[in-house]
Design a protein around this ligand. Structure first.
Ligand code: UDP
Length: 445
């Protein structure tokens, strides 16, 4: 199949760990690669955010990245990109008019909006069948607003365009059961929802490794958190939990990976870093915390393997690839019982669930695991097995391929393979005439 991936802000070529570069970038890169391994031809369309980028960049055999000129050729926060989506759509339409993909898979609400706009334009010009569109949201504005309230910087249009995209695409590919229920509440018919999780590179993230197999620690016990430094990721909760552990007399360190600048170069200018730094100081544990800044994927396994426990304490989490990476590395995980973490982390089998924003619960869960090497070992083995069995990118690509095949065949709904909480009903491809309003450059000014 010829597959067009649309990922307006998250390039598969980006450096990970900055405010807007994380799981979606990994997802698009790995899914595209695994689809190419299955013989498909994948083109990833992403916004040009650097004037020196060539228009077309081969990522690997079978995968090409196309940089779309839409808005300034420099980094722009994703919440300011909506006004450029009209231009983005026109570029897609021009490409697809001459080089028609069999299926489009859009990532994030703005990509879905641009993709729908483009396929309607192509159909209007060719008069043929509309190119089918699958959509993965990666995050939902309704959930973000619920948790972040006035701190949510999403453009106002997201509130109505996002559900309209969900209802207008041929299939929404949710990444976890929790998201499927949110989509249903937004009015997306069940037959238009499939569940296909994100994955993990189980050959890179392994319990043992060569080169630098395990990074050195500076204290006897180590907790690790890997996260973009944005407040909702709950790194503050983990620091507060660390303070409770230190107060209880434990000699434990916390390593935080992620934040502005490769290897921490720009951390001092990162507002969330400044807040977390001040928090650690005020709790008297600053010398127990190391902020590492952004690390490349290939540097991550040795860091995961150096940890006794990996803590993921977000307020909410659309999917969360980090716990999967920790599990694939054979680490015990303490995770908020939210979003995708409900599916991936199995209570008292691969880790422990805690309520979000509850440092006391995090501290208690970590303390229990630090005191019980056998249990950590058991969780680690089970986590590795679960990651290998259910969450490899090969599995995810095979499941995504089944969704695309059904769309190309015009048979509509698919219940996806690995986790499928959504009741299947007979799908139709009618009733999706809603075309989202087009954004224009002029609204940016
Ligand atoms: N990541 C990385 N380097 C960093 C920070 C994060 O490679 O410095 C990667 C991490 O290994 C994971 C992804 O970014 O693959 C984060 O994905 P997740 O779904 O957990 O969170 P998101 O960023 O999507 O909120």
């Amino acid at each position: 199949m010829r597959i067009a991936m649309v990922s307006e802000h998250a390039s598969p070529l980006a450096v990970l760990g900055g405010v807007d570069a994380g799981g979606q970038n990994v997802h698009v890169a790995e899914l595209s690669g695994a689809l190419a391994d299955r013989g498909h031809q994948v083109t990833v369309y992403t916004r040009r955010d650097d004037a020196s980028q060539p228009v077309r960049v081969p990522l690997r055999p079978g995968v090409e990245v196309v940089h779309v000129d839409a808005g300034p050729a420099r980094a722009v926060p994703k919440d300011e990109l909506f006004p450029f989506m009209g231009t983005f759509a026109s570029v897609l339409a021009a490409e697809w008019f001459v080089d028609r993909p069999d299926v489009v898979h859009a990532h994030f609400w703005m990509s879905g909006h641009a993709a729908l706009d483009a396929v309607v334009q192509v159909q209007a010009r060719t008069g043929g069948v509309r190119i089918p569109v699958a959509q993965t949201f990666h995050a939902l504005g309704v959930v973000k607003r619920r948790h972040q309230g006035a701190a949510d910087t999403s453009p106002a249009e997201r509130e109505w365009i996002e559900p309209a995209v969900g209802r207008s695409v041929d299939q929404v590919v949710a990444t976890c059961s929790d998201e499927a229920f949110e989509l249903k509440a937004l009015g997306v018919p069940l037959h238009q929802i499939s569940v296909v999780p994100c994955g993990v590179d189980a050959s890179l993230f392994r319990p043992v490794g060569d080169g630098v197999p395990v990074e050195e620690r500076s204290r006897p016990a180590r907790i690790l958190t890997v996260s973009r430094l944005v407040r909702r990721k709950g790194v503050g909760t983990t620091i507060a939990a660390l303070a409770a552990l230190v107060q209880a007399g434990r000699d434990v360190e916390l390593v935080v990976v992620g934040g502005a600048g490769v290897a921490g170069a720009d951390l001092p200018d990162d507002p969330e870093y400044q807040r977390l730094d001040a928090l650690a100081r005020s709790l008297g544990v600053r010398d127990h915390v190391t902020f590492r800044g952004q690390l490349g994927q290939h540097d991550m396994p040795a860091v995961y393997r150096s940890a006794d426990v990996v803590v993921c304490a977000p307020w909410y989490e659309p999917f969360g690839i980090v716990p999967l990476e920790a599990m694939a590395c054979g680490r015990a995980v303490v995770a908020s019982r939210v979003g995708g973490l409900i599916d991936t982390v199995v209570e008292d089998a691969t880790g422990l669930h805690v309520p979000p924003r509850d440092e006391t619960a995090v501290a208690a869960a970590v303390a229990g695991l630090l005191d019980d090497a056998d249990r950590r070992e058991r969780y680690g083995r089970a986590g590795r097995a679960r990651a290998e069995r259910r969450y490899t990118w090969q599995e995810v690509a095979a499941a995504s391929e089944r969704v695309y095949e059904r769309l190309v065949a015009g048979t509509g709904a698919v219940t996806a393979p690995t986790t499928a909480p959504v009741t299947r009903t007979t799908g139709t491809r009618t009733g999706r005439t809603a075309r989202p309003a087009r954004s224009t450059e002029s609204t940016a000014r």
